[in-house]
Design a protein around this ligand. Structure first.
Ligand SMILES: [Zn+2]
Length: 323
């Protein structure tokens, strides 16, 4: 079988481990170190998601506070890297990823989903950069110091970034943290695109023209991401891929979104953003270890060179452009 070098832009595996005691090395979630190796991983983005709203109770965020949760999850990640150094190592740069690969190791890229823990303090963004965070979303599904989340209500969806949000985008550009627009509302999205001097990423979003959900991106948004040299990581959740609640992720739905985004944003804008361990739909290829099944099916639509771009080259370019 042809070997692949996959970079997946988003998973919630850290949170599953922190909250539910999922096992990082050989657990039965979508992702474990062993499943990454079986699936052909070059680098995995591991998000520290900050639970808010209705998620607070299950994740005990109220007791720790948002900043406390960030620190707890960071400590988990650092320990996981130390314990699994024989197979995977943290990468802060493209050069780190290349070095790890040369040493026969996979790479882990630390990312953050939701800047609510920043709490309007610019030094927290500096702290994230020092921790090796290389991509951070401004929002999740709760209003925070930066702006407003995606919404089914037109007016709420078009509200712009807050003043701190604009400053934070500039700060992230300065520090080499990729600005992640997934979960952000459309008004905030345009604020980011106008402000960021570096290519942005939508780490785990799909095309709204194919599945009308406010978490997905309109054709105009896709075009803007392509024009700024950014990427869109296709989310594997059926609710963002297929209209109606099927509870099942078909490979053909993923390739349909890939083709649509290619047509609007360009082949250079495509990437994977599985959302593994954060999604509840059953998948045709089951979990990370099934990635080769997806890639082989993609060969019917894309050339080998295009699959290399989608699977890792496009994101490496965005990472380099942000360094
Ligand atoms: Zn998410």
């Amino acid at each position: 079988m042809k070997s692949f070098n996959i970079i997946d832009l988003h998973c919630d595996t850290i949170v599953e481990c922190v909250t539910d005691g999922a096992v990082f090395r050989d657990g039965d979630g979508h992702i474990s170190v062993e499943k990454l190796a079986a699936g052909g991983c070059l680098a995995q983005c591991f998000a520290i998601w900050i639970p808010t709203g209705r998620a607070i109770k299950r994740h005990k965020t109220a007791r720790m506070g948002y900043y406390g949760y960030y620190k707890t999850a960071r400590e988990f990640f650092q320990n996981a890297m130390a314990e699994n150094a024989d197979m995977i190592r943290q990468a802060r740069t493209v050069a780190d990823i290349e070095k790890n690969k040369a040493d026969g190791k996979m790479s882990a890229i630390l990312t953050v989903e939701d800047s609510i823990w920043v709490e309007g303090k610019m030094e927290r963004i500096e702290e994230a950069a020092a921790d090796g965070v290389r991509m951070m979303s401004l929002l999740w599904n709760t209003v925070n110091c930066m702006g407003y989340p995606n919404s089914p209500y037109h007016e709420a969806h078009l509200m712009g970034l807050k003043p701190f949000g604009y400053d934070a985008v500039r700060k992230m550009n300065d520090l080499g943290i990729i600005v992640d627009v997934s979960h952000l509302n459309e008004g905030g999205f345009w604020g980011v695109v106008k402000t960021s001097t570096k290519p942005v990423a939508a780490s785990h979003s799909c095309a709204r023209a194919l599945c009308d959900h406010p978490r997905n991106l309109t054709d105009e948004q896709l075009k803007a991401i392509g024009e700024c040299g950014g990427v869109v990581g296709i989310n594997f959740y059926d609710e963002f891929l297929t209209p109606g609640d099927t509870g099942y992720t078909e490979i053909s739905a993923i390739t349909r979104h890939l083709e649509h985004i290619r047509d609007k944003a360009g082949i250079e804008a495509l990437a994977f953003g599985s959302d593994f361990d954060g999604i509840s739909s059953e998948l045709e290829f089951e979990d990370y270890a099934g990635f080769p099944i997806l890639l082989e099916a993609m060969e019917e639509v894309f050339s080998d060179d295009e699959i290399d771009m989608i699977s890792h080259e496009n994101f490496l370019r965005v990472m380099k452009d942000n360094e």
